[in-house]
Each structure stands twice: as structure tokens, then as C-alpha cells.
Design a protein. Structure first.
Length: 724
């Protein structure tokens, strides 16, 4: 372990030196001396974390963990840091000269303190114009001093107010940036606005703060914010539309108020257009708008005639001749539909030829002199699409020109995509909001081909776009069910279809040289974890010659427990990459050579949720790591490391859209709440060459018996079926 101890402390002291700071990320290292408080020691202490910008001489109260770093010694990793009023005139001079006031150095700070003494802070707060009488402060400098002091005090007051709610310094700084001089008033008078208006502030934080300020349980603002939060949580579970009685019951229970208060809150949220009600069903306004756009756009595409492509049959024959194959009837049907209709959905499981169909559709459309854009929801899925077609492919966000600063797409109905056809792969991963953005960006003449496996897990975001469109019977759908001869030899493909049918997957014999699917029964989670380690580190590399760090992926349903991603990543990291340069933070330790995964979209860095990379540098001194994603390197400051996680083992949900040469899937009864048939099916179909299932037989049976436990509430099917 890097740390010999972790001790929670709260200390006060004075910043003696700013050792390091990154203004973009907010990560800073302060040298703090004159320490007071239980556990304080003589001398100065390094305080590190995402902290507000403060200058030398600032007196602070800091709370966090006292740790011993193997390289840098004792440090205080701060959870909260609050600037305090200096307690002596000397301290006040140092504070004013620290940079908190523009243009005020040691000499001018001394003059100010000599002029006003103990009243200095009161003068700055209440009557800063009196500083004009100080020699060296002219009419040009005074407004800047007045503005800087006001901002500094506002930030200090916000941080003091938020500390009772347990908010971090970075969060306090964000609130101050959002509201400016109004920050304290907003926090004290309408704290629930934080949950509604400030990114990163949840209802829980706002509620703790509001309760500390004395707001009642049934305060209208609390009930409105809590009801909206409940709708948001249901959206995170995948639901777009929520029956009104269900929301009333859930919100009343969560908030511990009468249902009548929630009724009033819903009416207020409707009046403010944050919530939409339709046939006793409630929506977040943005999700309602997205669902309406999707339904209208799809119906428009279905009803619009497509420009005929001359010589279609000849174009298909040329494709077959050049590729040396003959399209099956279902495949040919899909190609013809894409050529003759404005919109078509192509769906089917593994081994049914979806990749061949996409190649054929691209070829036929381009022979018809149509421009084609290929896209997928994630970077990895887009890369696979490009490799399989030999054409450029992009993420949907890049295709639609997402602007991260405004969180908007630059391509929309007023600035549509300039292509004749869009083919989207891995459509099961598309949520209702992304589907809305895509359909809104299609020009009237543009065709849309949607390709995906409806039996995969649904999108991470709300909605079930692909499933709903197929279920509506309102859009042309080509269903592929025939497994091709070359795929019939694959136990991976055959077992995937067995799983869909609720049948136990069949394991190959251990001595079968062509085997690609094995089932290893393990009831005890600890024993299963040891088996996973042995498979990845020893048995698979020895028998199949695969690189355990780059080509073998462990997939599990959950993050916690002996068979969760956290424990397995620690176990596999120690087995596969025990040495080398490293950087430790609260999320774990990253070592050079580690396989890591990006767990959120970062549009500025051009790195996306689910992207896999390898740590190629770890600098403990600067608290940075560098990760190589394919052919480029991306630098992460310590404050950015929450976006990374070890990826020797990852969740099955995170694996969507990916394909690996070898997959090891671990299932336990401890995963009970997550076990379902589609989850197991998704995991197995991630494997290209080898799949090993390490499973408690009871868990395997539970998964096969549970179908679509995650059924989502939407009204897209009804909208698509409704008469025009």
C-alpha cells in the first residue's frame, strides 16, 4: 500500500506557499503552517486537493484525511477548505498582500492595516471607498480592489454556508461561478435552486443545506425539487414516462410528506414547464420533447417516398460477384428495403450477417450516387464499424457536431446533415435523447438505416429506442434469424442463441483443440475470483497465446463484492502489472501499463464513455497520468482521475458496443439484482474468439429465467401507432 495511515482531521493554519496549481482543473497544493487543532504538529503541512484559489497569508480551516505518501511524506488530502478571517494584524497584512487584492503588495497592505487597524475588514466589507485616501490607491485601482474583495468574500461565505452540507471546495467554487455576487443569497434563501440549476449539485446536497438552514420538510420548494429529483432518478433507471400515481407515491415516501404536497408540487412543475403531463403520465420536459420529435420524424420518413435507385438488382449482383458471396433472402430483403425506403430497421443476433448487410447497403447506395455517413453511439462501436466496412465511421456525437461548452448539437433541423443516407450501427445503445438529436438533423431527402440487436441490453440513458421502434410495427423492419454456415461452427454464436431461448449454454470439452466456449462451475465467490485470475493470467495466455492485458476482458454484472469490478481489478492488477511507476488517489492506484477505461464523455479531450486505453506515464510529483487511446495520448490531472477506472474487469453494461478476442464472464448469486437473460446474452456476444463462463449454476439459472427485468416505461410505441 502507498499510504501507511489515513487519519481524518480538521486543522486551521496559514498558507505559507502555493506549491502547485492548475487553474483549469482547480487542483492545488498549499503549504500550510502555524497549524492548530487536534493532531496538529510543529512545522508546515502539504494540503492537496481540488481547492479554491487562495494566496499566501490566507488563514484557512481544512478538513480531510491525513495520509502518509511513500514518496512525498505526510499530506492532508482536503475534503473542505474554508478561508478564515486573519486573527492578528500581522496575519491581516500577509493576507492582503497575498494577491487577494489586485495591485496590493506588502507595502500597500501595511499602509492599509496601519490606517484602519482591527477595522480593516469592516472597511473593506462596508465602506471600501475609504481606501481612496490611502496613498498608492488611485481611482483606477480602487474599483478593481472593491470587485476582487467582494468576490473573495462571496466565495468565503458560500464555502462556510456549504460546509454544514458536506459540499466540497470545488462545488462551492462552482456555485460561486454560477451565481456570482448572488451566491450567498441563493444558498440562504432558495437552496433548492442549486439542485435545479447548478451542474453537479444533487438534491441530497441541497436538501442537507436547506435543512441546516431551517426549511421545513413540506416547504414547497423542497417538495418541487424532490419530485423533480425522483423523476430524474426514474429517468436514470431508463424510464421516459412515469404514471402519475407511481410518482406521487414514490416522491411522498422519499420526502416523507403527504401526497397532497406532491400533487401541488407537480402542478407547480407543470406550470413552470419543467414537467409535462399527458394522459395521467408525467415526463421531464426534455424527455417528452425528445419522444415527440422521434415519433414525428420517424412517421415522416415512413410516409415519404424515397428516390428510386436505377439498376438495383444489377448493383446487388455486382456486390455479390466482387465479394464472392450470395446474399441470403433475408439479407437481400434488407438491402432492397434500404434502397427503396426512407427508413428501415435491420435487427438480428450474432452470426446472422448484419456486417455483410451493412457493406452491401453502403455499396448499393454509393453505386446509386448517394453519399453515405456511417455512425455508432460509442467510439469503440464506430471503430468496429469502420474496420468492418472499410469506410470512415464516427460517433453520433461527432457526426452531429456536439458542442461541449453549450451541450448542444450544431446539426439540427435548421442545419441538417449534408448526406443522402445515414447508417447507424449498435442502435440498441441509442437513448431517446440521442435518437431525437439524430432524427432532428436529417434533411427531408436523407434516408436512415438503423442496425442493431434488440436483445442486447438497452441504452444507458432513458428510453428503449430500438425495441420500441421494432415493437410499434410502424417502421419497416427486417429481422434476421438464419445463422450462416461459418458461424454455425462457433459455440459462442450457438450458445448466445441458446441463452436467448432460456437454455443453458453448452461447454466444450477441455481437450477439444477447436473449442471456443467453456463453462466452469464455481459456487463460492472467492474461489470464482481465484479462478478468474488463473484463467486471465495463466491458462488463457498459455493455451491460446493471447495477451492477458490487451486481449482478454473480464466482464461482471456489478462493481461491488468479491466478484465485482473493484475487487477483480485489484486482483488482476497485482497479477498482471505489479510494478512500475504509479499514482495513487482515492479511486485506487494507476500504474504504467494498466488497462483503463474512460467512464464519462469528455468532448473536449475527444475521449468517450467506454473508451479503453493503457497508462503510459504516471507522475506522482505532478499528480498526473498519461493514457494512450489507440494512436494518441491524453493527459489527466489528479482532479480528472475520477473519469478513469481500471479495466482488467469491467461491467457488462460498459462492454456494450465492444468486441474482445477473449471474454471471461463471472456470475454469482450475489449478483442477483442484476441477473437477467439479456445481460448474459450481451456478455457472451462480446467475445470474438473465446468465451469462458465462470458461474455459480444457480446464478446461471436465475439469469436465464429472468427476462427483461429492466422493462422501461415509454410511450413511443403508442405515438408511432397513433393515427396521423
Amino acid at each position: 500500500m502507498v499510504y501507511a495511515a489515513r487519519v481524518p482531521v480538521t486543522l486551521t493554519g496559514e498558507i505559507e506557499r502555493v506549491t502547485f496549481e492548475n487553474h483549469e482543473t482547480g487542483f492545488r497544493v498549499y503549504r500550510v503552517g502555524r497549524l492548530e487543532g487536534e493532531g496538529a504538529k510543529p512545522g508546515a503541512l502539504a494540503v492537496v486537493g481540488t481547492l479554491p484559489a487562495l494566496g499566501q497569508g490566507t488563514r484557512v480551516r481544512v478538513s480531510g484525511e491525513l495520509v502518509t505518501d511513500a514518496r512525498f511524506g505526510e499530506q492532508l488530502r482536503a475534503d473542505a477548505l474554508v478561508p478564515l478571517v486573519p486573527e492578528t494584524l500581522d496575519g491581516l497584512e500577509r493576507y492582503l498582500a497575498s494577491g487577494v487584492l489586485p495591485g496590493v503588495g506588502e507595502k500597500l497592505a501595511r499602509s492599509i492595516v496601519q490606517a484602519f487597524g482591527a477595522e480593516t475588514l469592516g472597511v473593506l466589507d462596508d465602506d471600501p471607498d475609504r481606501l481612496a485616501f490611502i496613498r498608492g490607491i488611485g481611482s483606477k485601482k480602487l474599483p478593481a480592489i472593491r470587485r476582487a474583495w467582494r468576490d473573495s468574500r462571496a466565495l468565503s461565505n458560500v464555502m462556510l454556508a456549504l460546509q454544514a452540507a458536506g459540499a466540497s471546495p470545488a462545488l462551492a467554487a462552482r456555485i460561486h461561478r454560477h451565481y456570482g455576487d448572488r451566491a450567498v443569497a441563493v444558498v440562504q434563501q432558495t437552496p433548492y435552486r442549486l439542485a435545479l440549476e447548478v451542474r453537479g449539485v444533487g438534491f441530497g446536497t441541497a436538501d442537507r443545506l436547506a435543512r441546516a438552514l431551517g426549511l421545513s420538510m413540506d416547504h414547497p420548494e423542497r417538495v418541487q425539487a424532490g419530485t423533480l429529483h425522483e423523476l430524474g432518478e426514474l429517468a436514470e433507471q431508463g424510464h421516459v414516462a412515469v404514471p402519475r400515481p407511481l410518482l406521487l407515491e414514490r416522491a411522498a415516501t422519499r420526502l416523507e410528506v403527504d401526497a397532497a404536497h406532491v400533487e401541488s408540487a407537480v402542478d407547480a412543475l407543470r406550470a413552470s414547464e419543467r414537467v409535462v403531463e399527458e394522459e395521467d403520465t408525467l415526463y421531464l420536459a426534455r424527455l417528452h420533447a425528445a419522444e415527440v420529435v422521434v415519433a414525428r420524424a420517424l412517421r415522416r420518413l415512413v410516409d415519404a417516398p424515397a428516390r428510386a435507385l436505377p439498376g438495383l438488382a444489377a448493383a446487388i449482383e455486382r456486390f455479390e460477384t466482387e465479394r464472392g458471396l450470395v446474399l441470403a433472402p433475408g439479407q437481400r430483403q434488407a438491402v432492397v428495403a434500404a434502397a427503396e425506403r426512407k427508413v428501415v430497421v435491420v435487427t438480428g443476433g450474432p452470426g446472422v450477417g448484419k456486417t455483410t448487410i451493412v457493406r452491401a447497403i453502403v455499396d448499393v447506395l454509393e453505386r446509386g450516387r448517394l453519399s453515405v455517413a456511417l455512425a455508432a453511439p460509442t467510439g469503440r462501436a464506430a471503430k468496429r464499424l469502420a474496420e468492418s466496412t472499410g469506410r470512415d465511421a464516427s460517433t453520433l456525437h461527432r457526426l452531429l457536431e456536439f458542442e461541449p461548452r453549450t451541450a448542444t448539437f450544431q446539426r439540427h433541423h435548421d442545419a441538417p446533415l449534408g448526406v443522402d443516407a445515414v447508417i447507424v450501427d449498435e442502435a440498441s445503445m441509442i437513448d431517446i435523447s440521442l435518437a431525437s438529436a439524430l432524427l432532428d438533423a436529417l434533411a427531408p431527402a436523407t434516408r436512415l438505416v438503423v442496425v442493431g440487436d434488440a436483445d442486447q441490453l438497452p441504452s444507458v440513458g432513458p428510453g428503449a429506442f430500438l425495441r420500441d421502434v421494432i415493437a410499434s410495427d410502424a417502421v419497416p423492419v427486417v429481422r434476421l434469424g438464419t445463422i450462416f454456415r461459418q458461424a454455425e461452427a462457433s459455440r459462442i454464436v450457438l450458445n448466445a442463441h441458446r441463452i436467448l431461448g432460456g437454455e443453458l449454454p453448452a461447454s466444450a470439452s477441455a481437450d477439444d483443440p477447436a473449442a471456443d466456449f467453456f463453462v466452469i462451475p464455481r459456487r463460492d465467490p472467492d474461489e470464482a475470483a481465484r479462478t478468474v485470475r488463473e484463467l486471465v493470467a495463466e491458462r488463457i495466455p498459455r493455451r491460446f497465446g493471447l495477451d492477458p492485458t490487451r486481449e482478454v476482458q473480464v466482464l461482471v454484472p456489478m462493481h461491488r463484492g468479491a466478484l465485482g469490478t473493484v475487487a477483480l481489478n485489484a486482483l488482476l492488477q497485482e497479477a498482471l502489472n505489479p510494478g512500475g511507476a504509479r499514482l495513487a488517489n482515492r479511486g485506487g492506484t494507476f500504474r504504467v501499463g494498466d488497462r483503463v477505461l474512460q467512464n464519462r464523455n469528455d468532448y473536449e479531450r475527444d475521449v468517450y464513455n467506454g473508451d479503453l486505453g493503457v497508462v503510459c506515464a504516471a507522475n506522482a510529483a505532478d499528480r498526473q497520468v498519461v493514457v494512450r487511446f489507440d494512436d494518441r495520448e491524453v493527459r489527466y490531472e489528479e482532479s480528472d482521475l475520477e473519469a478513469l477506472q481500471l479495466a482488467y474487469a469491467t461491467s457488462i453494461h460498459k462492454s456494450q458496443g465492444s468486441e474482445y478476442r477473449a471474454v471471461v464472464v463471472a456470475l454469482s448469486t450475489s449478483h442477483y439484482v442484476m441477473l437477467e437473460r439479456n445481460l448474459l446474452y450481451t456478455a457472451v456476444t462480446r467475445a470474438r474468439q473465446l468465451c469462458v463462463l465462470v458461474a455459480d449454476p444457480r446464478a446461471l439459472r436465475l439469469a436465464l429465467d429472468a427476462t427483461r427485468r429492466d422493462e422501461r416505461r415509454t410511450r413511443l410505441v403508442e405515438r408511432l401507432r397513433a393515427p396521423a
